[in-house]
Design a protein around this ligand. Sequence first.
Ligand code: NAI
Ligand code: MG
Length: 361
Amino acid sequence: MSSQKSIAAIPGDGIGQEVVPEGRRVLQAVSQKHGIDLEFADFDFASADYYQAHGTMLPEDWFDSLRGFDAIFFGAVGWPDVVPDHVSLWGSLLQFRRSFDQYINLRPCRLLPGVKSPLSGYGPGDVDFYVVRENTEGEYSSIGGKMFEGTDREIVVQETVMTRTGVDRVLKFAFDLARSRPNQHLTSATKSNGISITMPYWDERVKVMSEGYPDVVWDQFHIDILTANFVLKPNNFDVVVASNLFGDILSDLGPACTGTIGVAPSANINPEGSFPSLFEPVHGSAPDIAGQGIANPIGQIWSGAMMLDHLGETGASTDVLEAIESVLSSGDASVLTPDLGGRGTTSSLGEAIASTIVSQD
Ligand code: NAI
Ligand code: MG
């Protein structure tokens, strides 16, 4: 057995409570196979039930309860009938991202076999890139204010904040990722023609960073044409790095181009490991299908694969991805969930992926 990895499991609300157990089932199967000692601890906070019982989303000592874990395996938070969405999100997930300085938001965009994509003319393997989003500063700052409220002179100002540390660390992560991939290609999202102070600064830092990566080919596009190219030429991308706002948009558009939201994973990473990183599907709590046992668990399971990768267990991570692809390729309607055109359930799909891992060589 290798050293123990401790994981905080926070299922949250709605289908989060249905897909997290399937993620764990697959993680247990692959850990057993690879001799990885994964130890889970369960937490019921960051949920509407917890809010109803305690009047807050998190206990006072949440930071100390979670900081010692190697990673957080998160489902989804939000139940608008009970807690307004800004309260549930700011009261939990955004606290984790900021307090644990998870400054990288990483989302793979990959066409998988058996998943219907809105893009025509592309098959599995043709589209395979990452969006790296800056997750802590940029356009999402709280610096600004309102004056002369309610009068004709009403003024609102909100400032973009870019720090050298903040920009350089996300660029370094993205260049490192590009270097590790076969195509070694990085694309930077900019808008220096319109946003004339912060975006030229971003571009300047990209240029400086690139000097340390002569093996990485890089280019940059203004965000407007970049979004168009995600749809028109998605096979041109390998690693795409962007500020908080641009990355927010690109990291929804990218996975949308590759099919159902039910399969899209994401990682909120603190690369230095000073705090735990958080792995979660892109989707939310899906109140419209919650409780029916039909949610697609692949986004959660793939997030688990990203977590293994982050913990240095790359072989196990690859096994999970191969099992996902193999089950999707089989096209077995009795196993696949309705969003994939099947009549299976959350657990039939989770079980199929777990048992594929066990039977893989
Ligand atoms: P959503 O992602 O929960 O659902 C959007 C649509 O996609 C729904 O029709 C849903 O049924 C479908 N869907 C989502 N995941 C699916 C899956 N695994 N399998 C099959 N179908 C799936 O987004 P929505 O409806 O905007 O938000 C619902 C709640 O979730 C809100 O409270 C929102 O704030 C929260 N939310 C939380 C997120 C998080 O925890 N990171 C992210 C997005 C939303
Ligand atoms: Mg978003």
